[in-house]
Design a protein around this ligand. Structure first.
Ligand SMILES: [Ca+2]
Length: 450
C-alpha cells in the first residue's frame, strides 16, 4: 500500500521534475547491462512459483502458494546505486532486463520502470522484460515423449534453445552486437536469460567484457546467516539454466566472475552487518527534491522486507547484489582468484528409482535431502525446505583436479543434462581485500544508495 501511494505521488512529482540528460562518460568506465529480479516494495510469491493460479495434487485438491512475503530489495538498491554512479560518470548503465525471481516478472517490470523512469528520471535507458520462468522443469522429471524418450533440454535443437528467446534476450543481443565497446553483464537474478543469450548467440562472446554473477558457494563451506542455513537463491531458482550457461562454449571464452557467499554473506551477519535504514542512508549533500524522493521511497518500500528478514534471522538484511556492481567499478576491494566452478546435483528427487521408500512404498526422506548426500547443508537435520533445492553451484580453489561440470547421477539425482564438460575456469571472489576495503565498501554503499 505504501508503495502504491508513493507511486501515485511519484507520478505527480515526476511530471514536475526536469528530465536528466545522459551524462558523458570517460573512456574506461564500465558499460553495464543488468539481468535483475528487481522487486522492491512488492509483497508477493517468488516469481514463476506463484504465476500459476492453482495447482492440483493427485487427488485434485486445490493448493495455493502460501509463500507470500515482502520480496528482496537488494536489486533495487543496486539499480539505484548504479544510476547514481552513472550520473557521476563512474559507470554507464546500458540497459536493464528484469527476469522472474524474487517476484513474478510482470510486477517486477512495474518496479523496474518506476525506478528507472520516475525515481531516477532515465527514460533513455531501455527496460525490457526477460524470462517469465525457468529453462525447464527443475523439481519434476524431464518431460517425456509418448515413446518414453526424454524431451532433450540441451543443444541447439533442445527445448531451451528453441524457446528461450524473449524480448529481453533479443535486446541484450542487439545492444551487445551494436555496442561501441564490450559490455559487463551483472547477473543478479536467476540465470535463465544470460544462459539463453550465451547458448543461442555464442558469437556474442567478443562483445561481453565480463559476466559477474551473484551466486555460488565455496566447496565444503556451509552457507548461513546468523547460524541459519540459507540457499543460493539466484542459482537455485534455475539450476538447469546455470548448467547450460556454465556448459556453453561461449562461457569458456568470456571472463566470468562469481561473487561467492563467502564474500557476499559477510555483511549480513550479526556483528558485521551493513544495515540500510534512515540513519545509515542519507542521500547526497545537498539534497534535492529528486534525491529525497528517491531515498525516501527506497527506504519506505524496504521496511516490510527488513522486518520480514529480521523475523527470521534476528537482524535486518545486508547487501547482496550490490557486490557485483561494486566489483565492476572497484575490483580492488575484493580478494578474487582463479577457481573452478561445477554443479553438484542433490540426491534424490521423488521420481528417482533410487528414492528410498519403506516396505509399504512410503517415502522415508524428503526429496534432495538424503542423509550423507553430496550437497552442502542438505540432510534431514537441516530441515525439509531444502527439498526444493535440486543442485548447488560450487567453487573449488583447487585447480589441479578439474572433474566434471555436472556432478551426481544425471537423470536420477536431478534434472540437469550431463553436458559432458569439465568444471569451468572462473574467477571467484571470496573475501574483502583488507579491513580497509571492507570499510570503503560500506562507505560507498551508504554514499550511493539512495
Ligand atoms: Ca537479485
Amino acid at each position: 500500500m505504501l508503495f502504491v501511494l508513493s507511486l501515485v505521488n511519484g507520478l505527480a512529482l515526476a511530471s514536475a521534475l526536469p528530465k536528466s540528460p545522459r551524462s558523458s562518460h570517460p573512456e574506461g568506465v564500465p558499460l553495464i547491462m543488468f539481468s535483475t529480479d528487481v522487486a522492491n516494495g512488492l509483497i508477493s510469491t517468488h516469481g514463476a512459483q506463484g504465476s500459476s493460479p492453482v495447482s492440483f495434487s493427485a487427488t485434485a485438491t486445490y493448493q495455493r502458494d502460501t509463500a507470500v512475503a515482502p520480496q528482496d530489495v537488494d536489486d533495487g538498491f543496486t539499480l539505484a546505486m548504479a544510476l547514481n554512479l552513472d550520473a557521476q560518470g563512474l559507470v554507464e548503465v546500458d540497459s536493464i532486463i528484469p527476469t522472474y525471481g524474487n517476484a513474478p516478472l510482470p510486477e517486477e517490470m512495474a518496479v523496474a520502470l518506476f525506478l528507472t523512469r520516475i525515481m531516477k528520471q532515465r527514460p533513455d535507458i531501455p527496460v525490457i522484460p526477460g524470462a517469465m520462468a525457468q529453462a525447464s522443469q527443475t523439481l519434476h522429471g524431464t518431460s517425456q515423449w509418448f515413446s518414453g524418450a526424454n524431451v532433450q533440454i540441451e543443444g541447439a535443437n533442445g527445448s531451451f534453445a528453441i524457446s528461450c528467446r524473449n524480448s529481453g534476450v533479443e535486446m541484450m543481443y542487439r545492444r551487445l552486437i551494436n555496442s561501441h565497446k564490450p559490455i559487463t553483464i551483472l547477473a543478479i537474478g536467476p540465470l535463465t536469460d544470460v544462459a539463453c543469450l550465451l547458448t543461442t548467440s555464442p558469437e556474442i562472446k567478443d562483445k561481453i567484457a565480463e559476466i559477474i554473477i551473484l551466486a555460488s558457494r565455496l566447496e565444503g563451506k556451509s552457507v548461513s546467516v546468523n547460524g541459519k542455513i540459507v540457499n543460493d537463491f539466484n542459482f537455485r531458482m534455475d539450476p538447469i539454466a546455470g548448467a547450460l550457461l556454465l556448459g556453453s562454449e561461449a562461457a569458456r571464452e568470456i571472463p566470468i566472475r562469481l561473487i561467492t557467499f563467502s564474500l557476499s554473506g559477510q555483511t549480513s551477519q550479526s556483528g558485521d552487518l551493513i544495515e540500510f535504514n534512515s540513519s545509515t542512508l542519507k542521500g547526497p549533500t545537498p539534497a534535492t527534491p529528486e534525491s529525497q524522493f528517491s531515498l525516501n521511497l527506497l527506504l519506505q518500500s524496504s521496511v516490510p522486507r527488513m522486518q520480514f528478514w529480521e523475523s527470521i534471522f534476528g537482524t535486518p538484511q545486508g547487501p547482496f547484489d550490490q557486490y557485483t556492481l561494486t566489483a565492476a567499478v572497484w575490483p580492488e576491494l575484493f580478494n578474487c582468484q582463479p577457481a573452478l566452478a561445477y554443479i553438484q546435483q542433490c540426491p534424490t528427487p521423488a521420481w528417482s528409482p533410487l528414492y528410498p521408500t519403506d516396505s509399504e512404498g512410503n517415502p522415508t526422506q524428503k526429496p534432495y535431502n538424503a542423509p550423507d548426500n553430496r550437497c552442502m547443508d542438505h540432510g534431514t537435520e537441516n530441515g525439509a525446505s531444502l527439498s526444493v533445492i535440486a543442485a548447488e553451484l560450487v567453487v573449488s580453489l583447487n585447480l589441479n583436479n578439474p572433474g566434471p561440470l555436472i556432478r551426481g547421477i544425471t537423470g536420477i539425482d536431478g534434472n540437469i543434462p550431463n553436458l559432458n564438460q569439465r568444471a569451468l575456469p572462473v574467477t571467484a571472489c571470496t573475501d574483502f581485500a583488507s579491513p580497509a576495503a571492507r570499510q570503503l565498501f560500506q562507505e560507498l554503499l551508504y554514499k550511493y544508495t539512495w
